[in-house]
Design a protein around this ligand. Structure first.
Ligand code: 5GP
Ligand code: MN
Ligand code: MN
Length: 329
């Protein structure tokens, strides 16, 4: 089966072979946590040449600067050019790998660990479980099959990943097995309160002021397709500049926006360049927002998805409005 194939792929590498780990562009807690936790596991197995990277600007969000295994991280330009083995984490499609996609295709062995329903099936061995709450669930499955015992450092990485993708154990994917994994991780001695404060509750004052402004301009509109309604807002590069904040602070904005009771679909449109927007979509159940995202070249899950939109922010909102109406018909 796929687990055996993945174990064989890892064992096909010798202790001094180059192993490259890759996660998606603009990495989140699951991407970094599953990748670095697994990287630490490879070290425990005696692999000496392990590097981790992600495509694009080498920005590690402040909350993850002290994550265990962060020393494995290198900029894309320092990734191994021709690694013996590549492992890919939390990546639904090659488009999320940028220029590194070619390296996955060319590697003698590759394993993709993921949990997106929209996963396109790229790479050598696919460990893709759409029922998994986070890629770290899959990473834990492979680590245990490789005989790597959980220690506190690995556990902290996997816990950060799990807590991030379940919205701190609030979302629908939060099953018995999620809590069982969390229990095994906490049993290594990690401190969930301390970790949560560091990851979720340590934002600069400027980020709060920026959030206030962007939330302040949110629009609630009726939508037949989105049940009770749709709530959306947008943020520009000028907003970031004014508050001296990096782009990743905008990724947390979807959480207050999605909490609006009168809306079943929520959206944050985040400018990444002139005429280019990163769109976060959330649904409370009736609408499959991954369908909307995939139709725009993006991806994600039924209740959480995203894509890149072009033009003005209002063009992006118009597109989503139209797609939701088409979905109704
Ligand atoms: P978020 O809104 O938190 O950035 O992303 C929500 C979900 O949608 C995540 O599972 C993420 O992987 C996926 N996603 C977000 N943006 C994109 C995109 O541009 N392309 C693809 N394929 N998936 C995306
Ligand atoms: Mn992710
Ligand atoms: Mn994930």
């Amino acid at each position: 089966d796929q687990w055996a194939a993945a174990v064989a792929a890892v064992r096909s590498a010798g202790p001094d072979d180059e192993i490259q780990l890759i996660c998606h562009v603009n990495p989140d807690g699951d991407a970094l946590g599953s990748m670095l936790g697994f990287g630490l596991g490879l070290r425990r197995l005696g692999f000496t040449r392990v590097r981790a990277t992600f495509p694009g600007d080498f920005v590690v969000p402040d909350p993850y600067r002290e994550i265990p295994g962060v020393d494995l991280l290198v900029p894309e330009s320092d990734a191994f050019a021709e690694p013996r083995l590549i492992l890919v984490f939390d990546v639904a499609s090659e488009s999320r790998l940028g220029a590194l996609a070619a390296r996955v295709a060319d590697a003698p062995a590759s394993v993709v660990l993921d949990h997106h329903a929209s996963n396109t099936g790229f790479g050598g061995v696919q460990l893709v479980d759409p029922r998994a709450a986070a890629t770290s669930v899959v990473a834990d499955g492979l680590l245990s099959r490789l005989g790597v015992p959980l220690d506190a450092e690995i556990a902290e990485c996997l816990y950060i990943a799990l807590a991030t993708d379940t919205g701190s154990f609030k979302f629908d994917m939060t099953t018995v097995s999620v809590h069982e994994l969390a229990a095994r991780l906490i049993a290594t001695g990690i401190r969930p309160g301390e970790i949560s404060r560091r990851i979720f509750d340590s934002k600069p004052f400027g980020a709060m002021k920026l959030t206030g402004e962007v939330i302040g301009r949110a629009v609630l509109e009726p939508s037949a397709a989105a049940g009770r309604g749709m709530v959306w807002t947008y943020a520009t590069l000028a907003d970031l500049e004014r508050h001296g904040q990096p782009p990743y602070v905008l990724d947390a904005l979807i959480d207050p926006v999605r909490s609006v009771a009168e809306a079943d679909v929520s959206m944050v449109v985040k400018q990444v360049a002139p005429g280019e927007w990163s769109v976060s979509l959330r649904s409370k159940g009736a609408v499959d927002v991954s369908g909307v995202a995939v139709s725009q070249g993006g991806g994600g899950h039924r209740l959480a998805a995203g894509f890149t939109g072009y033009g003005e922010a209002s063009d992006v909102v118009d597109t989503v409005r139209r797609l939701l109406d088409e979905h109704l018909n």
